[in-house]
Write a protein that binds this ligand. Sequence first.
Ligand code: AMP
Ligand code: AMP
Length: 329
Amino acid sequence: MDYAIATVGSHSALQILRGAKDEGFKTIAVCIKDHTLIYQHFKVADEIIEISSYKDFHTVEDDLLKLNAILIPHASLVAYVDLKTIEDMRVLYYGNRKILSWESDRDRQREWLRKAGLNLPKIYNDPADIDGLVIVKFYGARGGQGYFLARNEREFKRKIGSAKEYVIQEYIIGIPVYIHYFHSVMRSELELMGFDRRYESNVDGIGRIPYNLQRDLHVTYTIVGNFPLMLRESLLPEVFRMGQRIVEASKEICSPGIYGPFCLETVVTPDLKFYVFEISARIVAGTNVFMETSPYALIKHGKPMSTGRRIALEIKEAIKQGRLKEILG
Ligand code: AMP
Ligand code: AMP
């Protein structure tokens, strides 16, 4: 029986489903009611399964099994469907399902990044130790909502309120660069898919008003969109080295390791050092800026190749070679 590609209707679903169609797959979007019109409008889904809330996601299990669907995870799935539900579902799943718990737990994530030997911002376990600018983040994929900056313990205490689950991280002054990778099992190769930078409210708007009016504003990092980015070519060797190390370390922490798309979220300082403040162990929405292709993917594949399409290509090659088991986790 033929396979279908399924994903949740949000985040990078247009890219994933369009890419799957480009590679000849049947496609399925699982949507909450409010989102259905988008997937109808763009005609990327052969079938739309509607649910009234993400809490009901488990109810589509039998439908997806009947359709022989391979589920592609992204941040909306991870944000709105609990990890246990995803882990327990019998639906075919592209990627290493167990690695999601390494992404969602900040301590485990840090252990992974540290094992890979990457530069990381310092973490303060005790607010009394704050000795420079810090960014305070909350747990879960909340897309930067509610983060705040502080310069000392007093400022931290004033802003933290009653929140209990947070991390205090050294704020690295530089520029954010989000690196999109694809680790192919079929071709035993790590590919560079592109880079983006984010457009966040209100932090990216604050520079539009005079400095004297900025002073008392509360900075927030709510993600609204993304921009494409090209990096200095001489930085690419380091970009590849970092990705390779992440793949190697992932084999140690969560066999068989990470494969498919993933992203390192970095800040690059004026001395051209990459500080990694987070990893996403699945497709990131920043890849949407290359819904057709990035220049790197175009050179590598000799034809337009989005990350969504790359996933479908990998699955197609696995099916042809009878190796599908190797990429379903
Ligand atoms: P949404 O389905 O748009 O509510 O997104 C679910 C989660 O995915 C959010 O909490 C964000 O963290 C993340 N997300 C969505 N869109 C983007 C984007 N364009 N760039 C980065 N992260 C995103
Ligand atoms: P995140 O939700 O972790 O992706 O981060 C949201 C925003 O905070 C992004 O704009 C990042 O550039 C910024 N950010 C996160 N961590 C740091 C850090 N340690 N130093 C500087 N900026 C950061």
